[in-house]
Design a protein around this ligand. Structure first.
Ligand code: NAD
Length: 257
């Protein structure tokens, strides 16, 4: 088991990547703190882990709020005694997010508060806990859009994910000698609720699919496996990376028919 005796906190554990990661990390031996604002679905994730013979607990936290972020870390230490892995994964993509001209300031603020400030706050409170645990691994979910321009605009989301790369890189360097690794996970477009709600017509979906070398969206389970690598000691010499898990999208100029 690759996460035996580890305690992992996962934000956005009610759905998509976070839920799949919670299930997979638990199967690999970790005790899981599931964090979300969707309490019913978060508790469902916990129930599924326990049914599989794992250990998990749910705590409500809006990651854009300092008090909630502080509390989720405190909860992890009180419930399971320490924090070894932090997967700052929760994020939103608002359907009114557009180009600079058409995106309302409120959408910008909301997106930046959750996607960028949420990661900052997770690290702010998670890193001291990892020091107390003698080290750890932080994985922050960014996106392929942080490194590529898209004609289908989502300016606030793109900016927020660029911030995640920058935050992660800097923290990785600052804390490298403390046995704390920090990496960004950059998923490609996924077959999850978040993206499918945004690409809500066949036309919009096909406009994305044409750029994907593999001709398909990725799956949340595939992101969970990549996150497991970053969480576990298998990646002991990997830090400050922008870990692209995008089916080759960011390397593609033109894809084969
Ligand atoms: P999802 O919508 O299935 O899950 C996101 C979860 O985050 C939800 O359970 C939601 O309730 C939770 N959440 C939202 N705001 C929150 C807040 N303020 N505090 C706590 N929890 C909150 O989405 P997903 O596809 O699993 O996305 C997970 C991460 O992956 C996000 O950061 C997203 O930006 C990123 N990502 C997704 C894709 C994709 O195509 N789906 C691609 C690249 C990156």
């Amino acid at each position: 088991m690759r996460l035996k005796d580890k305690v992992a906190l996962i934000t956005g554990a009610s759905s998509g990547i976070g839920k799949e990661a919670a299930l997979l990390f638990a199967k690999e031996g970790a005790e899981i703190v599931c964090v979300d604002v969707n309490d019913a679905a978060g508790k469902q994730t916990v129930a599924e882990i326990i049914a599989l013979g794992g250990k998990a607990a749910y705590v409500h936290a809006d990651i854009s709020k300092a008090k909630d972020s502080e509390n989720m870390v405190k909860f992890a230490e009180e419930k399971f005694g320490k924090l070894n892995v932090m997967f700052n994964n929760a994020g939103i993509m608002h359907s009114s997010d557009d180009d600079a001209i058409n995106t309302d300031e409120s959408i910008w603020d909301l997106t930046m508060n959750i996607n960028a400030k949420g990661v900052f706050l997770g690290c702010k409170y998670g890193i001291p806990a990892m020091r107390r645990a003698g080290g750890g691994s932080i994985i922050n979910t960014a996106s392929f859009v942080a490194v590529m321009g898209a004609a289908t605009p989502q300016i606030a989301y793109t900016a927020s994910k660029g911030a995640v790369l920058a935050i992660s890189r800097e923290l990785a360097i600052v804390h490298a000698k403390e046995n704390i690794r920090v990496n960004s996970l950059c998923p490609g477009p996924l077959h999850t609720e978040l993206l499918m709600k945004f690409l809500n017509t066949d036309e919009k979906k096909n406009r994305r699919l044409v750029h994907l070398p593999m001709g398909r969206f990725g799956e949340a389970k595939e992101m969970a496996k990549a996150a497991l690598f970053l969480a576990s000691d298998d990646s002991s010499y990997v830090t400050a990376s922008d870990f692209m898990v995008d089916g080759g999208l960011s390397a593609a100029y033109v894809t084969a028919e």
